[in-house]
Design a binder for this molecule. Structure first.
Ligand code: SIN
Ligand code: CO
Length: 398
């Protein structure tokens, strides 16, 4: 039988093994997977920067600095995002405040020198060295970071609390701009001394508070573009290389049965025009194309009504013979898929019935004569209030 693998959460480093294990083992067992406290990761650590140097740097107009004061009595957090001045530091209380400066490695060669210890990682994966200075009680509150971080204690002591519970709640407080967690129940707590280093993968709730005296922490942060950023940039990159003449084409077109419908032939043509679109679910492609094509090349959009109409007011007008005229700048199309029928109106999607979608797409002027479902009435009201359908009470027909 294979022995059960155990992953200690705390190890001891040495000059020859700063991670307390080989980089290969760290990457295999901890990197992006689980937190690790490495005691003595940097033996006899001397901070490459003094608190006064950090305060000086924080006052540079282009430095990315934040001064955070925690008013414990009122449970309020004050964030001064700079540019900071000496006067800001003169006003700080005796405790419960911290200064954080990002990208210190770009300003200070000695701080940048710390990065040579992280040569086991691709250099382009490293974002920056953020340095914090805190008086006792100072910190940024419990939060979650989206990136891996190595929190190296530089001066004094910091109390760290983390939760390695994968089900720990991640909801953020709305009243504080620091993205602090509403709820935080630590599973592990430690006091770090200079040279100790805490590694946290993304998404691990943590809270670091300066303990006893002045405290400096060097955070070596990674960067990982979001899938949204990667997708947006790749799309821009591909788009830049495509010539104008390559366009949506439909030489195979047959007479339209339902002229407003984005049917499956459209999806096939899109997949031909965009090879990577073949990997997307049909519903996603349909939904994107419906939104895209109904706002494509629209120079104007109808303005919503100043005074939205109530449902019963619309019902009364329709009952009295009012007609609904499509606004000339409204563009409509619809599609049906597994999730049901969608009407697209100038980039917005509305779930509806094929009958109403078709009617709205095909008739510039409509007088709903059949009994409408409640959801259909709600959609008409939305389209009237958004300015896409104009109410006409005269008898004149075009
Ligand atoms: C710090 O206060 O130095 C660390 C901030 C963090 O937890 O990301
Ligand atoms: Co953090």
């Amino acid at each position: 039988m294979k022995p059960i693998q155990s992953y200690p959460i705390e190890v001891r480093g040495s000059a020859s093994r700063p991670l307390g294990m080989s980089p290969a083992r760290f990457l295999r067992d901890y990197w992006q997977k689980r937190p690790l406290l490495i005691r003595n990761a940097f033996a006899d650590f001397q901070p490459p920067l003094q608190p006064d140097d950090l305060a000086g740097l924080a006052c540079e107009p282009t430095a990315l600095a934040r001064l955070i004061v925690h008013d414990e009595k009122r449970e309020r957090w004050h964030v001064n995002s700079g540019p900071l001045s000496e006067a800001d530091f003169a006003r700080t209380p005796d405790r419960n405040w911290t200064l954080l400066v990002q990208d210190v490695d770009k300003w200070d060669a000695d701080v940048a020198g710390l990065l040579q210890h992280f040569g086991f990682l691709p250099s382009w994966r490293i974002d920056d060295v953020m340095v914090s200075y805190a008086e006792p009680g100072g910190g940024v509150g419990a939060h979650v970071d989206q990136y891996d971080v190595f929190l190296l204690q530089g001066l004094g002591q910091r109390h760290w609390a983390i939760s390695d519970d994968p089900l720990a709640p991640k909801a953020c407080r709305q009243d504080v701009e620091l993205k602090q967690l509403v709820q935080f129940e630590p599973t592990h707590e430690w006091l770090l001394d200079p040279g100790d280093m805490l590694y946290l993968p993304p998404g691990v709730p943590h809270d670091g508070v300066a303990f006893g005296g002045p405290c400096m922490t060097f955070s070596i942060g990674m960067r990982a573009p979001s899938q949204a950023e990667l997708t947006g940039d790749l799309a821009d990159y591909i788009a830049e290389q495509l010539p104008e003449e390559l366009r949506y084409a439909d030489p195979d077109l047959k007479p339209a049965r339902l002229s407003g419908e984005i049917d499956h032939g459209v999806l096939d043509r899109l997949k031909q025009a965009l090879p990577f679109a073949g990997a997307l679910r049909d519903e996603l492609l349909h939904d994107w194309f419906g939104r895209f094509i109904t706002r494509y090349r629209s120079a104007h959009v109808p303005a919503p009504l100043d005074k939205p109409l109530a449902a019963d007011a619309l019902a009364a007008k329709l009952a009295a013979g009012a007609r609904l005229l499509r606004h000339p700048w409204s563009r409509l199309a619809w599609s049906r898929g597994k999730a049901g029928c969608m009407l697209y109106v100038n980039g917005h999607a509305h779930a509806t019935t094929p009958a109403l979608a078709q009617q709205l797409c095909e008739q510039r002027e409509l007088m709903p004569d059949r009994k409408l479902l409640a959801a259909e009435r709600t959609l008409l009201l939305t389209l009237v209030n958004d300015g896409h359908l104009l109410l006409r009470t005269s008898r004149r027909r075009r």
